[in-house]
Design a protein around this ligand. Structure first.
Ligand SMILES: Cc1ncc(COP(=O)(O)O)c(C=O)c1O
Length: 408
């Protein structure tokens, strides 16, 4: 097909998408067909540098041979049997993840929201037994994002997300992210669980301070409350260590939620818990038909095997540093347009001056120039490339951003 024929095809497909798909998203006006490493192509053959990575999902980029091999091998053996039966990939993945994170048990599911739903149920049941019958409160923080299902949405304190679907789950208290003052009244004998993202993603790439996380750990210990880290977005290597909490020495949560990067593009979620929570769920308490299926677990194992190579971490750290330094330079060069640079490793946010340059406009200009980006809260644009991104690609992305800022 020639270029104009393919763009006609693209327009026709986009029109059909508009007709048949619900409008809960406003997707970019292109139809993607294939990808390799950090590049994706649309149906007209145009290439894009993918600094969205399926919203922090494609840890190994697109079409990574280890993932393709795992899918092919496992699909020929066993794809799904339900949790009525054990399978080797599921057992092996649980063994590796718990060992690497210092946890004792894993529970698999299919997404980040589902992982957080499991955390809510687990915490409520645990607190009823280990605190008291009405220790049902859940504490989260401003700008948190914990998912879109009703329980997880109740922990996502943003009016535009919550109000149309009210009433939501009660007994949720919202604290101020990174504010230590007031934690004693926020977290009490009535709190079952505190859930926090070590780095908020959707909320604007806000990094929790070491002091804040330490204060949370201390207050949770004082009140016998579960401290839960939602690492759905910031986990699985994005910060330069497998778990984001490893960046903050000596703070270990009682549980952690994972999804997104865990399967490198194949849907899978998980919670990992310490010994304290190990026996809380008993048969009948919680379930999922697909969670922990051998195909998803085999892919996650392949991803994990790549992520645990030392050479891998060196790339994440080097490219993360390069990206952050480049963004800081943009802030220095364009102080009227760029107000802040926040992030760790390959999870970076560029905050733009309100009223000067809208995130949506920057994302559109970048896409036209062949760079895929995604916005976040606080007029921030997120840079969350695959972890296999190269230094040359980081320079390329920074070059696109610079040219947009020059013209703005
Ligand atoms: C920190 C965090 N938790 C939970 C979720 C929900 O994950 P999912 O979209 O897989 O349900 C997200 C998604 O962006 C997230 O960033």
């Amino acid at each position: 097909m020639n270029a104009s024929a393919t763009s006609v095809t693209q327009l026709a497909l986009l029109h059909q998408a508009d007709v048949v798909l619900m409008h809960n998203y406003a997707p970019a006006p292109l139809v993607l067909t294939h990808g390799k490493a950090a590049t994706v192509w649309d149906i007209s053959g145009k290439a894009y540098l993918d600094f969205t990575a399926g919203i922090a999902v494609n840890t190994l980029g697109h079409a990574h041979p280890a993932i393709l091999q795992a899918i092919s091998t496992q699909a020929q053996q066993l794809m799904h049997v339900s949790n009525l039966y054990a399978t080797q990939p599921c057992i092996e993945l649980a063994t590796k993840l718990t060992y690497l994170g210092g946890f004792s048990k894993a529970l698999f599911c299919n997404s980040g929201a589902e992982a957080n739903e499991a955390a809510i149920k687990l915490a409520r049941k645990w607190a009823k037994h280990h605190k008291h019958a009405t220790a049902t409160e859940l504490v989260v923080f401003g700008n948190a994002f914990h998912g879109r299902t009703v329980g997880a949405l109740s922990l996502t304190p943003k009016d535009s997300y919550q109000v149309p679907f009210a009433p939501l789950m009660p007994h949720v208290k919202v604290g101020v992210f990174n504010q230590i003052e007031g934690l004693n009244t926020l977290i009490t004998e009535n709190t079952a669980m505190v859930m926090v993202e070590p780095i908020q993603g959707e909320g604007g790439v806000n990094v929790a301070s070491r002091q804040f996380l330490q204060a949370l750990r201390q207050r949770c210990d004082e009140t016998n409350t579960i401290l839960w880290f939602d690492e759905v977005q910031c986990g699985m290597g994005r910060t330069g260590s497998l778990f984001a909490f490893e960046q903050v020495e000596e703070i270990h949560p009682d549980g952690v939620s994972l999804a997104k990067g865990l399967g490198g593009g194949f849907p899978i979620g998980a919670i990992l818990t310490t010994e304290k929570l190990s026996d809380t769920f008993q048969p009948g308490d919680h379930g999922t038909t697909f969670g922990g299926n051998p195909l998803a677990c085999a892919v996650a194992l392949a991803v994990l095997n790549e992520l645990t190579q030392p050479v891998f971490w060196a790339n994440v750290r080097d490219c993360g540093k390069l990206l952050q330094e480049g963004l800081v330079q943009l802030r220095v060069d364009f102080p009227q347009l760029v107000t802040d640079v926040r992030g760790v490793g390959l999870m970076q946010g560029l905050a733009l001056a309100e009223g000067k340059l809208a995130v949506g406009n920057l994302v559109t200009h970048a896409r036209n120039a062949g760079l895929l980006l995604v916005g976040a809260g606080g007029n921030t644009v997120r840079l969350i490339p695959p972890l296999v991104v190269t230094p040359a690609e980081i320079h390329q992305a920074l070059g696109v951003l610079r040219s947009i800022l020059v013209d703005a």
